[in-house]
Design a protein around this ligand. Structure first.
Ligand SMILES: Cc1cc2nc3c(=O)[nH]c(=O)nc-3n(C[C@H](O)[C@H](O)[C@H](O)COP(=O)(O)O)c2cc1C
Length: 318
């Protein structure tokens, strides 16, 4: 997820567990082949066989509207060691759509076809080329055409964010459309959108008929969601992560990210994550309110430590 799930976040989330694969933020491709440093910036895991420290494969996602540059960049990042290339046909952002990429391409399935076909032709056969799509641009009328185009162009699998670009991120996600897609293609289809809990997962599984799922915001609001889903599937009991544990992870996250930004932005990444976490953990709102006026690393670190230890103390005394 652009601006949110960078390699630091991937390290922490995959370390918690339950995740089989992750995808980088999209890398925008226009005309040229990008220098190595761009790929390494978005995917430092390329230095380590394209896996996170906990051994989870990381796919590199490209976004662009022109077949040749997208294919050439895909070939290059494959050479750098990417375990798979994912192509983005879902991004709704205006700037991206003006530059002719992301969900806009869903208006012309033949263009999506050309991009995947060209990419497939230039990337070595053993490296998957996957597609991530929404259900359409202005409406949800042509998702089958796009899914068939992706399939016929040689995509290894398709992830479907079950909303149109016009639907934005508003619930519901139309999981039943994914079942339609599964009827017309013979490659794996991965269901995505509005999975915030084990219950959502079960309903999505039932309505989409899928065996594989992508978690977006749900994993940020509940970092052990993948673990709890897996435990449920195995019929095992599961104790959800306590807020104190989340605070420890937040502190690691803060310490890994804070020096990457100017002082005035210290804490912004933690605040951004708290914004997702408050859906699952009410305590996240209090912490957000506390640190929002802090400007120094020390103040924020102290607040995070206090939060983790206060919670731990009260839990121990119960
Ligand atoms: C802030 C933000 C950034 C995102 N960036 C990307 C991206 O770079 N590539 C992509 O394929 N999807 C991206 N998405 C879409 C998510 O991957 C996912 O498809 C969408 O949020 C629906 O799933 P969810 O309801 O589980 O969040 C982004 C979503 C958000 C909210």
């Amino acid at each position: 997820m652009e601006g949110v799930v960078d390699h630091t976040m991937r390290e922490l989330l995959t370390d918690i567990g339950g995740i089989d694969t992750c995808v980088t933020e999209f890398i925008r491709v226009t005309e040229h082949v990008l220098p190595n440093r761009v790929f390494y910036k978005f995917c430092p895991e390329l230095h380590r066989q394209s896996i996170t420290a906990s051994g989870v494969p990381v796919r590199v996602q490209l976004l662009g509207g022109k077949p040749e540059p997208v294919a050439a960049n895909a070939a290059k990042v494959a050479q750098l060691g990417a375990c798979a290339i994912d192509l983005n046909f879902g991004c709704p952002a205006k700037t991206v759509n003006k530059s002719d990429g992301g969900a806009r391409l869903l208006q012309t399935p033949y263009r999506l076809y050309d991009i995947i076909k060209a990419t497939r032709a230039q990337v070595p056969k053993h490296i998957p080329v996957t597609a991530k799509m929404r259900l359409g641009f202005n409406d949800r009328s042509n998702y089958l055409d796009n899914a068939i185009a992706a399939f016929e162009a040689g995509a290894t699998e398709i992830t479907v964010h079950a909303r149109s670009r016009a639907d934005g991120y508003r619930p519901p996600a139309y999981w039943e459309t994914i079942a339609d897609i599964k009827q017309v293609v013979t490659i794996p289809v991965i269901a995505n959108g509005e999975i915030w809990s084990v219950d959502d997962f079960l309903r999505c599984k039932n309505e989409s008929g899928c065996d594989d799922f992508m978690l977006g915001r749900g994993l940020l609001s509940c970092p052990d969601l993948a673990l709890s889903i897996k435990a449920h599937q195995l019929g095992e009991s599961y104790t959800p992560m306590k807020w104190s544990e989340v605070c420890d992870i937040l502190q690691s996250f803060f310490n890994s990210t804070t020096d990457l930004y100017p002082q005035k932005h210290t804490g912004n990444r933690v605040k951004q994550w708290l914004n997702y976490l408050r859906r699952q953990y009410p305590e996240a709102q209090n912490l957000f309110d506390t640190i929002k006026r802090y400007r120094t690393k020390e103040e924020i670190n102290q607040a995070l430590s206090a939060c983790a230890s206060t919670q731990n103390t009260s839990l121990t005394s119960m």
